[in-house]
Design a protein. Structure first.
Length: 133
């Protein structure tokens, strides 16, 4: 992850990235969860895409493997439009296109300082002890 992003911005930019990740994560996760709650839709592919959307939304919320999660979220949004909508559909076609664009933004910008990725893969300070003769 450190190879993909040189910095993990903190402060206000980091908070903005956290809000962006949370918005996309909640919307995509809710759309995927609606697939599971719909008893009328027994298509295995819809359940698979719903599971992918819930997993991507959860990963985006915690900020773990953000690039892969954003790509999964964008793919899930595109795939969710192919299946018949459930009775409760939090992700219509227009909102789905918007979520695909926002997922692409997250892929390009990165996870930010308020993510699990920054704690696992962020920059570290290395202290080299003095050499004693």
């Amino acid at each position: 992850m450190a190879r993909l992003f040189s910095t993990f911005p903190g402060g206000w930019p980091g908070l903005g990235l956290l809000l962006l990740r949370a918005t996309v994560g909640i919307a995509v996760g809710a759309a995927g969860g609606a697939r599971f709650l719909n008893s009328e839709n027994g298509i295995f592919g819809a359940w698979l895409v719903g599971g992918l959307a819930v997993a991507a939304g959860t990963l985006l919320l915690i900020g773990f493997l953000t690039t892969a999660a954003s790509l999964m979220a964008g793919s899930a949004c595109v795939a969710l439009v192919w299946f018949p909508p459930p009775s409760v559909n939090p992700l219509d076609a227009k909102l789905g296109a918007f979520m695909v664009i926002m997922s692409g933004v997250i892929v390009l910008v990165g996870p930010g300082a308020f993510s699990l990725d920054s704690h696992l893969f962020g920059r570290r300070e290395i202290t080299i002890p003095p050499v004693s003769d």
